[in-house]
Design a protein around this ligand. Structure first.
Ligand code: AHR
Length: 505
């Protein structure tokens, strides 16, 4: 076996997948565990601002540059009365949150979230409760948020101190309604009808909003496929996006298989797009349904620990995965998958943002820090905006347990016409061999190397913690060359790479 593998990418500026919708780099804050309380909101914390919002946390969220953030769930939303979370705090009820078997104090609600969004430089993506509630409560929330005034719900918002409408553009019609774990779970037909009624009424209140209807909670759902076809039969003309969710883990300690999972995510997107197109064909529709991948991430480290959580606590530590260097590679691979599907996926939300399977962790009363997965997300968000190029990739492959022919190289290339930069995101999935990458730059003859940043840590189980927050961080590398023919770089084993080329001034 040779020590170094070789792979090649050929690009052409005219061969384009799509412009990237910046909302591909969205986040998610749910009322679960410590995402809200002691995550983004902690009055009395030394870094809390006068609104009780942790400035140390929203500064880190700004580093991630998330154009949208989904809220308030997740499973939580399917039992949530949004009215409980607005108005004078002293009068807000404490409720049992049946989704996570915790006590919800409602000290943080819609208006506090909108205020946080402004500070975190993100836009709200609100989900409505289609589990235990329906079209009426959903339309009332749109009226509360978006109607200027002169009606009961909009005047209530004004009375709560928000004279200007919040202008929430993007809305989810429930959450994971295909899942038996969901409050108010129902069949595709019943959900499709409920979503259609809600969509109709919500768009009557504000015709400028965009709506996401629930697709499958993951690809292995027994109803995957049939669910999409039926839900879209009811809602195709009323909604703008269909959702899909996925989480991956390395339960079997099979790293090659874990690193191959982003390719399964790719299949899931292709299959979901095909289902949408099948419905379009049956309806003779010319409009193509776009996708919202509004929950995706690695999630498995905390599973066992969560079994032991005592119910009915306020903001218990739940779903607090501590991410490893290996997880950062998988998250990088998932980001590459999203970029390469920028023609269909217009919204995506890493789930979640803080403490709960999040790139950012906090200690109550203590510091906030960046998990390993923070870095690939930040780099993709910063440099992955532009036009994704169609690549011709030649790469050696390996066979994982559940998938044969996995290319060692996983890559996405983004051209930014405005500043004439080309960014190559490249994952070397070999655990023990370097990979000599050649990128044929015939369409970009005048580009020069700007920087090569890599995330590679020999101990793939290494993590960042409160006490050692900088164990796994990106490093600048040298040794890449750019000639008229192309770019050459030898990617280390098990490494995530961001190679940026620019037009010299
Ligand atoms: O993100 C955690 C949970 O995962 C969400 O509440 C739910 O939608 C999904 O199952």
């Amino acid at each position: 076996m040779s020590d170094t593998l070789s792979a090649k990418i050929t690009l052409d500026k005219d061969f384009v997948i799509s412009a990237v919708d910046p909302r591909l780099f969205g986040g998610f804050i749910e009322h679960i565990g410590r995402a809200v309380y002691t995550g983004i909101y902690e009055p009395g914390h030394p870094a809390a601002d006068p609104d009780g919002l942790r400035a140390d946390v929203y500064e880190l969220v700004r580093e991630l540059d998330m154009p949208v953030t989904r809220y308030p769930g997740g499973n939580f939303v399917s039992g949530y009365n949004w009215e409980d979370g607005v108005g004078p705090r002293a009068q807000r009820p404490r409720r049992l949150d049946l989704a996570w078997r915790a006590v919800e104090t409602n000290q943080f609600g819609t208006n506090e979230f909108i205020r946080w969004c402004r500070k975190a430089n993100t836009a709200p993506l609100l989900a409505v409760n289609l589990g235990t509630r329906g079209a009426d409560a959903a339309a009332a929330l749109v009226e509360y948020c978006n109607h200027p005034g002169g009606s009961a719900w909009s005047d209530l918002r004004r009375a709560h101190g928000h004279a200007a409408p919040h202008g929430v553009k993007l809305w989810c019609l429930g959450n994971e309604m295909d899942g038996p774990w969901q409050m108010g779970h129902r069949s595709a037909g019943l959900y499709g009808q409920a979503a259609a009624s809600a969509a109709h009424m919500m768009k009557r209140v504000d015709p400028t909003i965009e709506l996401v209807v629930c697709g499958s909670s993951h690809r292995k759902m027994r109803t995957f496929g049939a669910w999409e076809l039926e839900v879209l039969e009811h809602t195709y003309d009323l909604v703008d996006y269909l959702s899909l969710h996925t989480y991956y883990g390395d339960h079997e300690h099979d790293l090659p298989g874990f690193l191959a999972k982003p390719d399964t995510m790719s299949d899931f997107i292709d299959e979901t797009a095909a289902l949408c197109d099948a419905v379009a064909a049956r309806r003779h529709a010319t409009r193509r349904m776009m996708l919202s991948f509004d929950e995706w991430n690695v999630w498995y480290h905390s599973n066992a620990q969560d079994e032991r959580v005592t119910p009915w606590a306020v903001a218990p530590p739940l779903v607090e995965d501590v991410y490893t260097a290996a997880d950062a590679l998988v998250v990088g691979g998932m980001l590459i998958t999203l970029l390469n599907h920028a023609d269909r996926v217009k919204v995506a939300c890493i789930a979640q943002t803080v403490n709960v399977i999040g790139p950012i962790m906090t200690r109550p009363g203590g510091p906030a820090w960046r998990q390993t997965i923070f870095y690939p997300f930040q780099q993709a968000s910063r440099f992955g905006r532009g036009v994704v190029l169609r690549q011709l990739v030649e790469s050696p492959t390996y066979d994982a347990k559940e998938r044969a022919g996995v290319p060692y190289l996983k890559s996405a290339c983004v051209w930014q016409p405005a500043d004439q930069t080309l960014t190559v995101f490249a994952l070397n999935r070999s655990l023990d061999q370097s990979l000599a990458l050649a990128v044929d730059l015939r369409a970009f003859p005048t580009l020069a190397l700007k920087e090569w940043v890599t995330l590679r840590y020999a101990d793939l189980d290494a993590c960042n913690t409160a006490d050692q927050p900088n164990t796994v961080t990106p490093q600048t590398r040298t040794g890449a060359t750019v000639t008229r023919e192309g770019l050459s770089a030898v990617l280390g084993p098990a490494s995530w790479n961001v190679i940026r080329l620019e037009r010299p001034t």
